[in-house]
Ligand binder design. Structure first.
Ligand SMILES: [Zn+2]
Ligand SMILES: [Zn+2]
Length: 216
């Protein structure tokens, strides 16, 4: 018998739960933040074991949709060499990693990089031996034993939309007045964009009355 969470409905689509990345031909679970093993049985088991709270019909639909996708094999993905940082892959977990300066080896913990540098580069911690690694951002297609990190450029923080302040509006009004005077027009026409005024229509109306009163 299937279990449904109160917010779950059959209108939920495949894309609400998964991202198909056509560049790498991987199917990423949005919740788990890694790529599913490219086998229909593995996808079915993932849905059944990890996302059992999803409606059974929805799970069946997701599985049917997944079967239509062109997915890279595990071997293809494991043999993929990504030796330069790439743009982060949306949907995969973004992790803080460490990169060896000598051989570009990547790992996710200080213990791992310590061990790597000691064994591969005879590195030892001491006054004359500084860390021979740097922090970076990493991702991996699969977790656990199939984990293989690659370095990524993290997403840029979203910048807020530019806002036009009331000071800017006044400057625009004065500029229009000057242009109006230059062209010897007697009537000043003002059509500001009220939707971009950060202090709202009330504040704008006050400025408008004041400025127009000064201009005439
Ligand atoms: Zn999942
Ligand atoms: Zn190394």
């Amino acid at each position: 018998m299937s279990q449904s969470s109160p917010n779950q409905s059959l209108t939920t689509s495949f894309h609400d739960h998964f991202i198909y990345n056509s560049n790498y031909r991987i199917l990423i679970c949005r919740t788990c933040q890694f790529a599913l093993l490219p086998k229909s049985d593995a996808i079915r088991l993932h849905l059944q074991r990890v996302h059992r709270y999803l409606d059974l019909d929805l799970r069946k639909q997701c599985l049917a949709d997944a079967k239509t996708l062109d997915l890279a094999s595990i071997e293809e993905l494991q043999s993929l060499i990504i030796d330069e940082p790439i743009q982060y892959i949306q949907g995969l977990q973004l992790l803080d990693g460490l990169r060896c300066d000598a051989c570009q080896y990547l790992c996710g913990t200080l213990n791992s990089i310590n061990l790597h540098c000691r064994e591969k580069h005879k590195w030892t911690w001491g006054q004359e031996h500084k860390p021979m690694w740097k922090s970076c951002h990493i991702q991996t297609f699969f977790p656990s034993e199939r984990r293989k990190f690659f370095q990524v450029h993290p997403p840029l923080p979203e910048s807020p939309p530019p806002q036009i302040t009331t000071d800017t509006l006044i400057e625009q009004l004065l500029q229009r007045k000057r242009q109006s005077d230059d062209s010897d027009q007697s009537q000043l026409t003002i059509v500001p964009d009220l939707t971009q005024c950060s202090r709202g229509i009330g504040a704008y109306s006050w400025y408008r009355g004041t400025v127009i009163g000064q201009l005439h």
